[in-house]
Design a protein around this ligand. Structure first.
Ligand code: PLP
Length: 365
């Protein structure tokens, strides 16, 4: 038997989630940066071949898609880092975010850059990328006199994942204000603001091109558990990645004996221990505590002791059918990745991105 650790990626669920995300804007660019959040950028892009477009973080990711024959529109969310990348945008027909004066300076050096489809990004509160609200008018004017092609006015919300914070609608109204001003000069201009959290939680925030990421992969972006709005229930989302492996050895320990590094877990009773071939070397977080749920033979049971690089231990005392060869799910169809993430003080995004290349990805339609 080869090492059984694997991530099963359900591409039908991915497609269904795209349809849910898309139902709330006229267009949706599927965000597939960082190897499609660990799901595999090429299989994901092929499965979403009907998507209005794809968004990636950097030019390398965009060129990889083009070289593999992906024809959909592609947006580079951080724009170009140097002139070469802006030239590549022309050569490979890649749409580019324009968010910083240094980028505009490059675009003004050569009339060829009038060919690039630009997404002008305004900062509405993140203070990371984007032109300041006040300078937008002057940036638009510079672009107009250089004949640059601004296709989209874009922005990104810092706190849309927290429905207790009421900032998002106010921030959107700032974006709309700029949009309404500029639309007079740029009649084909459209707006793009919504990440997954805005799509789910903010029904009054309505843009033209949304940019869903995490909801495509079936996980909720919202930080609170009772996050269901009447707009769109996160229960509708279907998990895409199921991370699993098998029990490879079984042993029994006596009350008082400990498990794993640091003796962090001590048996209170005679305990049957399943040793499962998956650890932090596969991307399962080392911070997962004893008691973290795993799923085996239709039952939730618990991790015990520390996660090591190649293995974890689980308590199978009350699960008679569990034995060598039994399959164990860490997140996916039965265990919500957000639940595991919360126990590890992180978010499902990070769990997905951290699954290492050692874990075989298996794709089902
Ligand atoms: C990553 C990213 C998204 C997608 O965010 P999700 O929370 O995964 O939906 C959208 N827009 C920008 C600018 C991003 O960087």
């Amino acid at each position: 038997m080869t090492r059984p650790a694997q991530a099963v990626i359900n591409l039908q669920n991915l497609k269904d989630n795209y349809q849910i995300a898309k139902a709330h804007s006229s267009q949706a660019y599927a965000v597939i940066k960082a190897d499609a959040y660990g799901h595999g950028i090429l299989p994901v892009a092929h499965a979403l071949s009907d998507a209005d477009g794809f968004a990636v973080a950097c030019m390398d990711e965009a060129l990889h898609l083009r070289q593999e024959g992906i024809k959909n529109p592609i947006l580079v969310l951080e724009g170009g880092f140097d002139k070469q990348e802006w030239l590549s945008a022309i050569e490979y027909d890649v749409e580019m975010a324009l968010h910083h004066q240094s980028q505009l300076d490059i675009l003004l050096t050569d009339p060829c850059f009038t060919q690039v489809k630009l997404w002008l990004k305004v900062d509405i509160g993140m203070n990371r990328l984007g032109f300041h609200f006040e300078e937008c008018d002057s940036i638009f004017k510079q672009c107009q006199s250089a004949n640059l092609n601004i296709k989209v006015l874009m922005s990104h919300f810092p706190c849309a994942d927290d429905i207790a914070q009421q900032k998002t609608e106010h921030q959107f109204s700032r974006l709309e204000k700029i949009f309404n001003q500029q639309q007079i000069v740029w009649p084909d201009l459209v707006m793009s603001s919504n990440n997954s959290a805005a799509i789910i939680a903010w029904p009054n925030v309505s843009d033209h091109i949304s940019r869903p990421g995490i909801i495509l992969y079936g996980s909720s972006p919202l930080i609170s558990d009772n996050s269901i709005t009447d707009h769109l229930s996160t229960d509708m989302l279907k998990p895409v990645m199921t991370l699993k492996s098998n029990i490879v050895f079984v042993r029994t320990i006596q009350a008082g004996e400990s498990i794993g590094y640091g003796d962090s877990w001590i048996a209170k009773r005679t305990t049957r221990v399943g040793i499962v071939a998956l650890g932090y070397g596969d991307g399962y977080p080392r911070t997962a505590p004893s008691g973290a749920p795993v799923y085996c033979h239709n039952q939730r049971i618990s991790l015990i002791g520390r996660v090591s690089m190649d293995m974890v231990c689980i308590d199978i005392t009350d699960l008679d059918p569990a034995d060598i060869g039994s399959e164990v799910e860490f997140w996916g169809e039965n265990i919500n990745a957000s639940e595991v993430a919360k126990l590890c003080n992180t978010i499902s995004y990070e769990l997905f991105c951290q699954v290492t290349p050692r874990v075989k990805r298996t794709y089902i339609q």
